[in-house]
Ligand binder design. Structure first.
Ligand code: GLN
Ligand code: ZN
Length: 762
């Protein structure tokens, strides 16, 4: 029989118990004992659910109070020296300080975990970074699991991945140099686990799925040679992409097993199964840990059968990756449309699917015939459901021609027409879209959703917020105004709720970072826009002011990226369908007299595939999707886009290919460094480099912003420059927003004055 195991279980709890306990603990409302008790209870529940599903080996150490990488940092005693924690055992409060910062020290950096929406805390390394076994959490959790009579499989981030995902905080130093110092500590941890009676340890090495530089690849054997005799058997786990290029190296590694992701890269099975060493286990990741659809079990069964015949007991079955990235239990969705619900599998349903495959391998296909038939019906039903397939959408896509992806005139002609229409001063000022989502706004929305506030009363409340935002912007003296997005709960959900082809869950939470969870929409069918989504709000806002009001939309790549997407058609097709809907909205806004329209794409970069060789294909369709939204308008309608991150260098040509008239980007935190890349590349269109960091409550002085604008002016032609914050202001409070924007407008005015006097002198 095959062993079935799990790589990791969602930790936040079906009712977001961990989130709630964490936030209460941070607010001082509960003590540490209460927090620990909630965590212990969640771990216990999650293990039991996995055991009930028939999992032979349950993961331990997949739990984290904030993040699994930070938990490794605590275990390895690698707290950055700047916190001054040296010498002390890692405590929970130190751990939270690293994650959240304190008065005198900013938090450790956070970044996306591979191509997921989960964020990890980035380890900081210097030449002096030292390691030692520094916390007992993992060992205590192993005891905890064993007391409950479970076969525990501790999960560690492997040494290569741990180092690879960290950052050097010192020049002339390569973090790989730390490996010899790190390995003995891993050895000690493994030996200790061995002493606790642990048989198997899962070493996650997802870095192998990236384009790993040769010296890192070479270090792999060295690392695992050193850990081979520590005691427990090691299962080296890879996921998120193919590691086939390392197949020979991995097969020769002194580990007892390998896990490969057969959902993202099914072709790996044949490559690995061939001449597979007979002393190793092969763990096949056959159930999708990244998406929420029921599997086509018959197909999965047929695919693993030959491997089972070749490997027998040495074939293990698992989800493709940790289940951290999917919600816990679809059965909680009592309000979800029954048909759609029948198509979905969350974490516990995925484990059930695994058990069915295992049963089939053990007892033969006949034994699971009924299950396969039932699942087959679901899959077939989904394939043919009229709710998924809309001929109108298909036909529209087929009939698109190159013209639909291109604005009719060049940027030079367009910007001339836009300037003539908008009559903006030099260094025009604007903001990114949202204004503070105040308690009053959230309360009104909650009351409306509960049915305690009528639709008309709710809408009037939102109009009141728009009036307030317009008044304040006029008072501050901004040039291009926004309506403030009061009516939007979330920039993706807001559109998804109004589009056909989207479904929403009540409890489908997925951890994003720390205590933050998101509830991604589910795109299940062809996307269509039954009616305008934003026109009424934007037109109302425009009616309040003679200044241009910017229409505000979310772009197709971002909507795609922050949703669970269909697995029955390419992502590119879904993106184009969303783009058609946004295109219609753009044109309706134009028709309503809106002269400036922003299409936000903050997730454009995070959609990049893990391997560089796949980048071009993605960038090509992603840019086409954006252009499909933006190209249906006249020259004098100005299209803006916004992206809020600083790593542009490697994708600048693709950003330029979007051909937005104006792009606003994040630059203030990097002191305008990024603009150097825009200069070197000769970015052709207008740019609004963010002049202040909205992530901090600090109000920057006007002189500070002016200095940044001077820096920008040195690399970008002044007539190309816009003046704006880094990102939307929804998380800030009005008093600070007002003061910051006043200072920003003052900085823009100073720039205009300066240019006037220079002109006179010439
Ligand atoms: N228009 C959005 C806002 O201002 C953009 C948010 C984002 O970039 N993530 O909030
Ligand atoms: Zn942003």
């Amino acid at each position: 029989m095959a062993v079935i195991h799990n790589l990791g279980f969602p930790r936040i709890g079906a009712g977001r118990e961990l989130k709630k306990a964490l936030e209460r603990y941070w607010a001082g409302e509960i003590g540490q004992e209460a927090l620990l008790a909630v965590a212990r209870q969640l771990r216990g529940q999650h293990w039991q659910r996995q055991r009930q599903a028939g999992i032979d080996l349950v993961p331990v150490g997949d739990f984290a109070y904030y993040d699994q990488m930070l938990t490794m940092t605590a275990l390895l005693g690698a707290a950055p020296a700047r916190f001054g924690f040296a010498g002390a055992r890692s405590s929970l409060d130190q751990y939270f300080t690293m994650a959240r910062g304190r008065e005198d020290q900013p938090a450790m950096e956070m970044t996306k975990w591979f191509d997921t929406n989960y964020h990890y805390i980035v380890p900081e390394f210097t030449r002096l970074t030292d390691f030692s076994v520094n916390s007992d959490w993992l060992f205590d959790e192993v005891d905890e699991a064993r007391t409950q009579g479970l076969a525990a499989k501790p999960v560690l981030i492997g040494p290569l991945t741990y180092l690879y995902l960290g950052k050097e905080k010192q020049t002339d130093f390569n973090r790989l140099e730390l490996l010899p110092r790190l390995l003995p500590v891993y050895h000690e941890i493994l030996a200790k686990l061995n002493g606790q009676g642990v048989q198997w340890v899962q070493m996650d090495e997802p870095a192998l799925a990236l384009d790993l530089p040769p010296e890192w690849r070479a270090a792999l054997s060295e690392a695992y040679e050193q850990l081979a005799d520590a005691g427990p058997k090691l299962l080296l786990a890879t996921y998120f992409a193919s590691v086939a290029e390392h197949a020979a190296l991995l097969k020769a590694l002194p580990v007892a097993g390998l896990h490969i992701d057969l959902v993202r890269a099914p072709e790996q099975l044949a490559i690995f199964a061939q001449d597979y060493p007979d002393d190793k286990v092969l763990s096949a990741g056959i159930i999708d840990g990244r998406n929420i659809w029921r599997s086509d079990l018959g197909r999965v069964f047929q695919a693993v059968l030959p491997a089972y015949e070749a490997l027998g007991c040495r074939l293990w079955l698992a989800p493709s990756c940790s289940l951290l990235h999917v919600p816990i239990d679809v059965e909680l969705e009592t309000e979800l449309d029954g048909e759609i619900k029948s198509w979905l599998a969350f974490a516990v349903q995925k484990l059930d699917e695994l058990a069915i495959i295992d049963k089939g391998l053990r007892l033969g296909a006949e034994a699971i015939a009924a299950e396969l038939r039932a699942q087959e019906r679901v899959v077939e039903h989904r394939r043919s459901s009229p709710r998924i397939h809309k001929a109108t959408v298909r036909t529209r896509l087929e009939q698109l021609s190159d013209e639909d992806f291109r604005r009719p005139s060049s940027f030079a002609d367009r910007i001339a027409a836009q300037r003539a229409r908008l009559k903006l001063p030099a260094f025009p000022t604007t903001t990114i879209g949202s204004f503070p989502q105040t308690e009053a706004i959230r309360k009104a929305r909650a009351a409306y959703k509960r049915g305690q506030l009528s639709e008309e009363a709710y809408r009037e409340k939102m109009r009141e917020e728009i009036r307030l935002a317009v008044e304040k912007q006029e008072a501050v003296g901004l040039d291009v105004l926004v309506h403030g997005e009061a009516e939007r709960n979330d920039m993706v959900e807001y559109f998804g709720e109004q589009l056909e082809g989207f479904a929403f869950t009540r409890h489908g939470w997925v951890q994003s970072y720390g205590s933050r969870c998101v509830k991604p929409p589910i795109i299940f069918g062809d996307v269509e826009r039954p009616r305008p989504m934003t026109v009424e709000w934007i037109a109302y806002a425009q009616s309040l002011t003679p200044r241009p009001m910017k229409g505000m939309l979310t772009g197709p790549v971002t909507i795609l990226q922050w949703s669970f997407v269909r697995d029955d058609q390419p992502r590119a097709t879904t993106a184009l369908q969303i783009a058609l809907a946004i295109r219609d909205e753009v044109r309706d806004l134009e028709r309503a007299g809106i002269a400036v329209i922003q299409i936000d794409e903050p997730a454009f970069r995070e959609g990049l595939p893990l391997k560089r060789k796949n980048w071009d294909e993605y960038l090509d369709w992603a840019a086409r999707a954006f252009r499909l939204c933006s190209s249906g308008v006249r020259d004098e309608t100005q299209i803006h886009t916004h992206m809020c991150y600083a790593e542009f260098n490697d994708i600048l040509p693709a950003i330029a290919a979007l051909d937005a008239d104006v792009i606003t980007i994040e630059t203030s935190r990097s002191d305008m460094e990024l603009l150097e890349a825009f200069r070197a590349f000769r970015y052709p269109n207008d740019i609004g480099p963010g002049v202040y960091d909205i992530h901090s409550p600090r109000v920057p002085a006007s002189g500070e912003m002016r200095d940044l604008l001077e820096k920008a002016r040195a690399v970008v032609a002044p007539e190309r420059l816009w003046v704006n914050p880094d990102c939307g202001l929804k998380t800030r409070a009005w008093p600070e927003v007002q003061r910051a924007l006043e200072n920003m407008v003052e900085a823009a005015k100073a720039m205009r004055e300066r240019d006037k006097t220079t002109e006179c002198r010439i």
